[in-house]
Design a binder for this molecule. Structure first.
Ligand code: FAD
Length: 289
């Protein structure tokens, strides 16, 4: 099913995310986690794509299995920063052959030691989106950044770039993680004002370890509210306590989003079915599966 159809529902929905194994040796354990997450009946499962190519070949395979064997709608991520246009076209062909209808079209992070953009490469996700549109009847998603993308100094410029990207053929947006819902509400206000009208799916990350939060802060420049810092300071060194507190914090964010009229939330479940299950359990009377 196309995700833009799922997003027409006015009932609360949850989707989850899987990342492919770094080596083929990890494939079975990732599939096991995927099966357990599929058993929770999410509205869809997304499968990330390794920008460097390492894990990318498994994205199509896992997305195809989610759809055809597990009976859940799948969303295949596709990044273009480290591949030639020709290689990317081949992946789009594979997705079409496998009957994958939904693609999250991304540029990917620019590798530190490379000249960018190289000839025959895409420069921005918007260029990839135009090509995907020309290659088939896909439902296309793209990324957005409520706190602004790290490369763009001014948030307004980022929104202008986002408007252009959406106009190239985006059906829905998924946000970078955030830990303060007022950041999302403010962002929605600003993008709607600029004429970006497609559905926006908030991305929520349940933080389950202290080290995870250090990594997130470093990678994405995400602001950590005082309330959240206090949770990590108190429980970050106790694995089980942090997991419980992180799930509770994410659940609280999700309930607030639903209460404020959002109908779909994407959870960065990081191949952890127990975390996904705990969230679904916390929402068992709210998200009807
Ligand atoms: P773009 O939309 O191309 O934007 C990149 C930067 O360029 C922004 O600063 C933007 O403002 C600027 N820009 C865009 N267009 C123009 C223009 N015309 N002129 C000037 N500046 C412009 N990474 C992975 O490797 N694999 C994944 O599976 C993956 N999944 C993700 C899922 C989500 C929901 C999110 C939020 C991110 C994901 N990422 C993933 C990370 C993403 O690839 C990086 O954040 C990357 O740096 C930007 O990708 P983009 O598609 O947003 O790029």
């Amino acid at each position: 099913m196309k995700i833009k159809e799922i997003l027409k529902s006015s009932e609360p929905h949850i989707s989850f995310e899987i990342f492919p194994p770094k080596t083929d040796a990890g494939f079975d354990s990732v599939m096991k986690a995927t099966e357990a997450i599929a058993d929770l009946h999410p509205s869809y499962i997304s499968v990330t794509y390794g920008a460097g190519g390492g894990t990318s070949k498994n994205t199509v395979k896992i997305a195809s299995r989610i759809k055809h064997e597990l009976g859940v709608t799948s969303l295949a991520h596709l990044t273009c920063v480290s591949s030639t246009k020709e290689t990317v076209h081949k992946v789009i062909d594979e997705l079409k052959e496998q009957g994958i209808e939904n693609i999250l079209a991304l540029r990917g992070d620019i590798p530190q030691d490379s000249d960018f953009p190289l000839p025959d490469h895409y420069r921005y996700a918007s260029e990839l989106i135009e090509d995907i549109k020309g290659q088939g009847d896909f439902c296309i998603g793209a990324a957005c950044y409520p706190e602004g993308h790290v490369e763009t100094e001014h948030k307004n410029d980022d929104i202008i770039n986002l408007k252009h990207k959406v106009d190239c053929g985006v059906d829905f947006l998924t946000t970078q993680m955030f830990f303060d819902n007022s950041i999302l509400y403010n962002f929605l206000y600003r993008i709607r004002e600029k004429g970006i009208t497609v559905p926006v799916i908030p991305g929520i990350m349940p933080v389950t370890s202290g080290s995870q939060i250090k990594r997130i802060g470093f990678l994405s420049g995400t602001a950590l509210p005082e309330r959240f810092r206090a949770v990590v300071d108190r429980f970050g060194d106790d694995k089980e306590a942090m997991q419980q507190a992180g799930i509770a914090y994410a659940t609280d964010q999700i309930i607030d989003l639903f209460a404020n009229g959002i109908n779909h939330v994407h959870v960065y479940s990081m191949n952890k079915p127990e975390v996904a299950a705990a969230i679904m359990n916390n929402l068992s009377k709210i998200v009807k599966v």
